[in-house]
Design a protein around this ligand. Sequence first.
Ligand code: AMP
Ligand code: ZN
Length: 467
Amino acid sequence: MAVRLFNTLTRSAQPFAPLDSDGKTVGMYCCGPTVHDFAHIGNFRTFVFADLVRRYLEFRGYAVRHVMNITDVEDKIIRRVREAGTTLREFTGRYEAAFLQDFDTLLCLRPHATPRATEFIAEMIELIARLIERGIAYRAPDGSVYFSIDKYRGCGCKYGQLVKLNFDAMRVGDRVASDEYEKESLADFALWKARVPEDGDIAWPSPWGEGRPGWHIECSAMSMKLLGESFDLHLGGEDLAFPHHEDEIAQSEGATGRPFVRHWMHGAHLLVEGKKMSKSLGNYFTLRDLLAKGCTGREIRYLLITSHYRESFNFTLDGLAGARTALARIDECLAKLRETAAAAHAPANAALLEQFTAALDEDLNISAAWAVIFDWVRDCNRAIATGQLTPVAAAAALGAWERVDSVIGIGNKAEAEAPAGLLALLEERNAARKAKDFKRADVLRDELKSQGWAIEDTPKGARLKPL
Ligand code: AMP
Ligand code: ZN
């Protein structure tokens, strides 16, 4: 059986087959965060979804190269840097570090590469130059460079691969300077934005004068540089399908003349009372907000992966309480399995793995996979309660669980390892105590607590324990 994944390009689930002739290596790009603020858990729904895709493909034997960019220059960031009266690097550095810390707290595997847009300006300029050379991009009177949708279509290329577009509403030559716009505002979009006074010192030299890249060209340049001109999988939240991903396809295929991405996957939104969780609506929780309420990263991760990735769902605090109960059931069962297994060893039990795989092979049907897991928990509990589970059978069950957990990534409460960023805070707190700076040590203890971790002083030294 092959893994079948829904492809936004074909609007259907199709067997996943990597481009690489070895049939094994997979290039996967997920549009990363725009580091202008703390990410909210709606954003993280998309990143946890990408983590699940990567983990599942690895479980199925693929060698995945996972790239997630960091958007550290675009319209919103420039506005916020100006308001904060600081430098671009200082501003984005703070939110990038916070993002990666949250990413770890949610038990996501770090991508193999996390390129920053500002470090790929040369590649962006080169890509824009190729588009100009092919007659698909042009300079506007203000020195900016735009992508001509009309010329692109004139080359026989298709604009509107991910979404249906109504070209009758489009007037040739109309331009949109902003990175974000609706389908109704279909127009030529900016590849290079000429420097304006509001940009302050955020500008780079280019053959077209000083300026900065548009948001869309950033992802085309970074993904093709790191994964090749054609690669397997591109992911993001459903709001990115238009214009961001449509523009990525146009820029990339316009420059190379080759198909850009074989398989597009879009995650549905996390909602609050039926509306998309978003900064602009103000209906959001950051991860930090929830940790401060006493939730753990593990519970939030669990909640974010309980629904199918193509179904939106409402976030509620009750839902989080349900996550805690569900995890406690799993933890309790695992503890009993460990007790029963004691020193026994056995190969992983195949039945659980077969059912789990059959569920996830069908476009990552996670609801079916959870049903398999909770049936298994029930059966294990029953067998333990009636004394029918031998140590060898318990060891086999634990072996299978380890494989399952390599995909869902919730680990085990008792074994939960603190992320590296938090261990660094613990070190800092130990150093502060040594230096008798107790005030600083307390601040660090509180910071760790707000991230869901308590400090436990043991004879072997201080260690972190999930709250
Ligand atoms: P941004 O940092 O705004 O560029 O967004 C990062 C990612 O979060 C993108 O893939 C968005 O599609 C995704 N995203 C934004 N809001 C939500 C939401 N409410 N639910 C799921 N994904 C979201
Ligand atoms: Zn992108």
